[in-house]
Design a protein. Structure first.
Length: 354
C-alpha cells in the first residue's frame, strides 16, 4: 500500500472523527495523540517504532536481555517452530530493541502475543474463526498474528492515529490482502456485508456504521479498555454483544485497575451481559497487574458475573501485596537514608575535630 494513501486517509479520518467524537479520546490518549497528521512525514511513518516516535504509548520497548530471557522461557513452554513461525523477518517500524535470532527479529511485544495465541489455541479451533474484530489494537501486532493463524477477515477499530500505524504495519507484512480503509468507507458512510465479504482487512475509527448482518467469531481487546472513558467502554460492549456470532469468543486482557483517564477503570467492572461462559481466567503472563479473560457467548452455563466477582477479589489481593511491597521498600529506603545521614554526620564531626 502506498504510504501517501495511508497519510491522506489518516488526515480525512481524523478530521471527520474528532469533529463528532471529541469525548471519545480519553485523558490518557490526549497525552500521546495530538491530531497533528499534517506534520507527519513519510520518514516518521517508516521509523514509527523508534523510542519517542509515533508508537509512543502503544509499544512494549524492553531491553535486549529481558527480551532474550523471555524467549528462553517461551522455548521451554511452547514449540520452537510455533514461536518462530509467528516472529517477523523484517523490523517494520525500526524498533531499536529488536535483535536477530535464526533470521527472525526477536521482539518483546510479539513474544507476549505469541503466548496469548498459544492460550487461545487451547480453547479455540481454527475452523471456528472466520471473522475477527480487534478493538484498540494499536499498530496491529496482534492482529497480524491472529490473521495469519486463523486466515480470517479482521476488522481493527482504533483512533485515527493508531490506524495510520496499523495500516502501514499490516500492509507491509500482508501486501497480498485486500485492505478496506476509511476512504473506502466514505463512499457510502457504511460498511456493508457485501463489502465485508469482498475484502480481508478493515481499519476504521470508532463509531462507523457497520451492517447489522456482519458478525464476528472472535472479539479482542488487549490493554486498551483500561485507557478508555467508561462511557466508551459501554459503547464497545454494546457493539460486542450485538455483533458476536452464536458461540463466538471474546478475549479481554486488561488491568485490574488503572486510573490514567482520571478515575479508576477496572476489568472486573466491565459491562458484560450474563450470556458469557468463562473458558480461561488468570493473571496475564508477565503482566501480573493484568488479567487474561477468555469467554464464549452462551445462554447456558454462563458464569461470567460470578467470575467478575472473583477477579475483583484477585484485584484486592494483588494490590494488598503491592501495597505491602511498597511499604516494605519505603521502610527499607527510609532506614537506609537514615543510616547514610548518620554516617555523613560522623564524617563531618571527624573533619571538624581534626
Amino acid at each position: 500500500m502506498k504510504v501517501n494513501r495511508i497519510l491522506d486517509v489518516s488526515i480525512i479520518s481524523s478530521n471527520d472523527f474528532y469533529k463528532k467524537n471529541t469525548l471519545d479520546k480519553s485523558k490518557h490518549w490526549k497525552k500521546y495523540f495530538h491530531n497533528d497528521f499534517n506534520r507527519k512525514k513519510i520518514n516518521d511513518l517508516i521509523n514509527f517504532r523508534k523510542v519517542n516516535s509515533l508508537s509512543n504509548g502503544l509499544d512494549d520497548h524492553s531491553d535486549k536481555i529481558k527480551t532474550f530471557n523471555l524467549l528462553e522461557e517461551l522455548l521451554k513452554k511452547i514449540d520452537k517452530k510455533f514461536i518462530l513461525g509467528n516472529l517477523d523477518k523484517h523490523n517494520i517500524g525500526q524498533s531499536p530493541t529488536n535483535f536477530r535470532y535464526e533470521n527472525y527479529y526477536i521482539d518483546y511485544a510479539i513474544l507476549l502475543k505469541i503466548y496469548w495465541l498459544n492460550l487461545l489455541n487451547k480453547s479455540i479451533k481454527k475452523n471456528e474463526i472466520k471473522n475477527i474484530c480487534e478493538i484498540g489494537g494499536g499498530f496491529g501486532a496482534f492482529s497480524k498474528i491472529l490473521q495469519k493463524n486463523f486466515n480470517s477477515r479482521i476488522l481493527l477499530i482504533d483512533l485515527p492515529e493508531a490506524n495510520m500505524l496499523s495500516s502501514f504495519y499490516l500492509s507491509s507484512f500482508l501486501p497480498d490482502k485486500k485492505f478496506y480503509l476509511y476512504d473506502d468507507y466514505k463512499k457510502n458512510n457504511f460498511l456493508s456485508l457485501s463489502d465485508f465479504l469482498k475484502n480481508d482487512i478493515f481499519i476504521l475509527p470508532p463509531n462507523c456504521n457497520i451492517d447489522p448482518l456482519i458478525y464476528f467469531d472472535l472479539f479482542v481487546n488487549s490493554r486498551s479498555m483500561q485507557e478508555m472513558n467508561f462511557l466508551v467502554i459501554k459503547k464497545y460492549f454494546k457493539f460486542i454483544h450485538k455483533h458476536t456470532n452464536v458461540n463466538g469468543f471474546f478475549l479481554n486482557i486488561n488491568r485490574y485497575e488503572k486510573d490514567s483517564v482520571g478515575y479508576p477503570v477496572r476489568i472486573s467492572q466491565h459491562p458484560y451481559d450474563k450470556d458469557w461462559n468463562v473458558l480461561c481466567s488468570e493473571p496475564s503472563f508477565k503482566q501480573e497487574n493484568h488479567h487474561f479473560l477468555l469467554t464464549r457467548r452462551s445462554t447456558k452455563d454462563n458464569n461470567i458475573l460470578n467470575e467478575l466477582k472473583n477477579i475483583d477479589l484477585n484485584f484486592n489481593s494483588f494490590y494488598k501485596k503491592q501495597n505491602l511491597k511498597q511499604k516494605t521498600y519505603s521502610f527499607i529506603k527510609s532506614r537506609f537514608v537514615f543510616m547514610v545521614t548518620i554516617v555523613d554526620w560522623f564524617k563531618l564531626k571527624i573533619k571538624l575535630i581534626f
